[in-house]
Design a protein around this ligand. Structure first.
Ligand code: UGA
Length: 325
């Protein structure tokens, strides 16, 4: 997908927000591997244990082409490098189900306000590209599947509302000030290092420790799960392809399966018993997600490489070896 032979796309100066997070750290590693220079920023919030984030980037900290700013994005805008070619805005307060109640204040600040401030920064500093990590949660429950970029957007969770507001801000800054934004709607991303609050992480952890896992609802809900490396490749394409400017793309792995099917794959892969408890459906959770990725295929050359069985196997192996260490 990413044309490494293209000399114009070599040696870029990159800014990655949320650099120590699950997706951010994979992206930084890929950019450094491709010879780019990266400044990462991360505030190491305690939504989950910050030690996990330090672990995500432990191998990158000594890299001569990598600098890390450990600070809040809004507070640190003045200390960001000014000559940046590519911005990858991955930082966010994550979590669909945790975004109700008093916590929404954090979502408005970290997802909406921080994006608006970074767009203002981009307006002044004029990067070649500003890639925004949007989310399938902007859709809500749609009338027909698969979800298409031009469908009506009716998020079901405050988290989805905040991601959509930030996506709309990107489009506004593109239209009014020519900030070269691209929004990528990620569909439930998984792989080694997945956030510990997400389903696969929880399920595999429970199976490896012989604990009990909880399925919210019947387990018949489906997701278009997307392997993290495929998301990273799409970010590089979004940064380098001229036709991506001002566009919004779905990124789904094409492996839409139910939560119950996931558990049966995990049982086969691990050969261990799976202890399941069924809990309540969670407010804000869509029943199904499924991405129409035609636009990303046509314009970004998006072509997911890892199918669900293989991706789950890689994730199990990684969690097993981390547990042994
Ligand atoms: C994920 C991410 O957490 C969001 O940050 C992201 O924006 C979103 O994908 C997206 O696609 O936009 P989600 O689909 O809820 O959200 O991801 P998982 O935590 O992997 O949950 C998948 C399904 O498993 C959901 O239906 C959830 O209710 C269920 N689940 C989760 C359980 O049954 N048990 C659990 O312990 C956790």
């Amino acid at each position: 997908m990413h044309n490494v032979a293209d000399h114009q796309n070599k040696n870029k100066i990159c800014l990655v927000t949320g650099a120590a997070g699950f997706i951010g750290s994979h992206l930084v590693r890929c950019l450094l591997g491709a010879g780019h220079r990266v400044t990462g920023i991360d505030s190491f919030t305690d939504y989950y244990d910050p030690k996990i984030k330090w672990n995500n980037i432990a191998d990158l900290l000594q890299h001569p082409q990598f600098d890390l700013i450990e600070d809040d994005l809004i507070e640190a805008l003045e200390s960001l490098p000014q000559a940046v070619n590519w911005v990858f805005h991955q930082a966010a307060q994550a979590g669909v189900r945790a975004s109700w109640g008093k916590e929404f204040e954090i979502y408005t600040r970290q997802n909406i306000l921080a994006t608006q401030r970074l767009l203002e920064w981009a307006r002044m500093n004029k990067p070649e590209r500003f890639v925004y990590a949007s989310s399938s949660s902007v859709y809500g429950d749609v009338e027909k599947l698969p979800m298409h970029e031009d469908d009506a957007l009716k998020p079901l969770s405050p988290y989805g509302v905040s991601k959509l507001a930030a996506e709309n801000l990107c489009t506004l800054y593109y239209k009014n000030f020519a900030v070269p934004t691209v929004s990528l709607r990620y569909f439930t991303v998984y792989g080694p290092g997945q956030r510990p609050d997400m389903a696969f992480s929880r399920f595999i952890r429970a199976i490896l420790t012989e604990g009990e896992l909880v399925i919210y609802g019947s387990g018949d809900q489906t997701r278009d799960f997307t392997y993290v490396n495929d998301i990273v490749s799409a970010n590089l394409a979004a940064a380098s392809r001229p036709q991506a400017v001002g566009r919004v793309y779905n990124l789904g792995g094409g492996s839409r399966i139910s939560v119950n099917e996931v558990l049966s794959i995990l049982a086969d892969l691990t050969g261990r018993p799976v202890k399941v408890k069924y809990g309540d459906v969670q407010e804000g959770d869509p029943l199904h997600t499924f991405a129409d990725t035609t636009r990303a295929k046509d314009e970004l050359g998006f072509c997911p490489q890892i199918e669900i069985e293989e991706g789950l196997k890689l994730m199990c192996e990684s969690m097993q070896s981390r547990a042994e260490r």
